[in-house]
Design a protein around this ligand. Structure first.
Ligand SMILES: *[C@@H]1O[C@H](CO)[C@@H](O)[C@H](O)[C@H]1NC(C)=O
Ligand SMILES: *[C@@H]1O[C@H](CO)[C@@H](O)[C@H](O)[C@H]1NC(C)=O
Ligand SMILES: [Mn+2]
Length: 397
């Protein structure tokens, strides 16, 4: 009787109000009962909602078509896919990365999503977190696709964040945006795609934050001159997943000297590749340094390099050893374990990470146990947790 009354009452309320698109779907705030097999919505309809069923979004977050008809729905953090893989030098297939990472992320909220070492549940920290689907990216024209990625990212980045900045949690003083345009921007987490996508992403980031410090986890430098990487037979061929940081540095998108690579272990054309990398503005942490300075030493180096200004985080899944993440475009043995990378990412707690990406996940080369896509999703869970703990604000002096 009570249930019947509630259902009838809810139906009347629903009919009587302007029909919000999401009232009869998964609630926008958060998947409230991820461990239940059914979800009863306000209008009494029952929807399958087990962790293994339903439509796959990142961590079962609500799907908002941010770039089309739902462009007015505000958010603090948005996941967006960039399914582009025609800038890759070896194994193609990262166009399936966004779909694969979403599949690998299904279980993130099974127990609710509380991150024990970071002591935060990013999914119910009061933030609006959504999955915006994918940026439309043509597979037929790299120049056009790169522009599409920049436009799509900018479109999201230049909206006002859902949550106001608030006050410093320690001093209680009012926080002000750290962007150059004085706006409180939301954060975007991009699911690649091959690493070429970071050039248009950094062009977008520049429009809000100016030259940015970059933390880049990768087995490769990706600052190569086009003549060295790919030979540059055409202007378009010169922009690929081994050269995008060269171009980003030439365009002044990267803050010189406060950017750093981690997990480097590629072979080189020669020692001059490191001089070229210095010129592009990066410091380097070799993968093997983990044997001598450990994760603590690596975290210390990163934090000393980037300071507390705005920082962009780019994670190539090939920073992880192929034993743990085989499904990638250019695998390199001798990498970090998934555990080690996750520990290092948690060590970034408190940094002002304005946006992030994970790239080079090519699910066709994965194991049946979905090792790589699961690793990619779990790595992003750490990034999301770090973001949830630190607002993008500073105290005025
Ligand atoms: C921030 O601090 C101001 C006083 O400095 C106070 O009026 C305001 O309510 C605080 N806001 C929040 C969100 O705590
Ligand atoms: C970055 O700084 C170094 C050292 O001052 C310099 O050699 C290099 O040319 C600079 N790079 C860019 C892209 O400005
Ligand atoms: Mn890379």
């Amino acid at each position: 009787m009570q249930l019947l009354f509630t259902t009838v009452f809810a139906a009347v309320v629903l009919l009587g109000s302007a029909h919000d698109l999401h009232d009869d779907q998964i609630p926008l705030g958060y998947v409230r009962f991820p461990m239940e097999s059914t979800y009863r919505s306000r209008n009494g309809e029952v929807t399958a909602d087990a962790i293994f069923s339903g439509i796959t979004t990142f961590a079962k977050l609500p799907w908002v078509q941010c770039l089309t008809r739902e462009s007015t729905i505000p958010f603090d953090i948005a996941f967006i896919g960039a399914p582009f893989d025609t800038g890759t030098s070896y194994r193609p297939g990262a166009r399936f990365g966004p779909a694969g990472i979403r599949a690998g992320s299904r279980r993130l909220t099974l127990y609710g999503g509380y991150n024990v070492p970071l002591e935060v549940n990013p999914f119910n920290a009061g933030l609006s977190i959504v999955d915006c689907g994918d940026i439309p990216v043509t597979p037929y024209d790299n120049k056009f696709a790169i522009q599409q990625i920049e436009d799509g990212h900018k479109e999201l980045l230049h909206r006002e964040a859902y949550s106001p900045l608030g006050n410093d949690s320690v001093t209680g003083e009012k926080l002000f945006p750290i962007s150059i345009d004085g706006k409180n921007h939301p954060r975007i987490i991009t699911l690649g795609g091959d690493h070429t996508i970071v050039l248009p992403l950094l062009r977008s980031i520049y429009s809000a934050y100016g030259p940015i410090s970059v933390i880049h986890f990768d087995s490769h430098l990706d600052t190569w001159k086009p003549s060295v990487f790919g030979g540059a037979p055409s202007a378009q061929a010169a922009i690929n997943h081994g050269t995008y940081f060269y171009w980003a540095s030439q365009e002044g998108l990267i803050s010189n000297g406060t950017s750093i690579h981690g997990a480097i272990r590629t072979t080189l054309s020669g020692p001059e590749d490191y001089e070229n990398d210095d010129d592009a503005g990066f410091k380097r942490i070799e993968a093997r340094e983990i044997d001598t300075i450990g994760t603590d030493g690596i975290i210390k180096k990163i934090r000393e390099t980037v300071g507390d200004g705005p920082v962009y985080l780019s994670i190539d899944i090939d920073s992880i050893d192929p034993a743990f993440a085989p499904a990638t475009g250019t695998p390199e043995t001798g990498g970090w374990s998934t555990r080690e990378l996750r520990t290092i990412l948690r060590g970034l707690d408190g940094l002002h990470i304005v946006s992030a990406d994970i790239v080079e996940v090519a699910p066709a080369y994965d194991t049946n146990a979905e090792l790589t896509t699961m690793a990619a999703a779990d790595v992003l869970f750490e990034v999301l947790s770090v973001m949830a703990k630190t607002p993008l604000g500073k105290v005025m002096v």
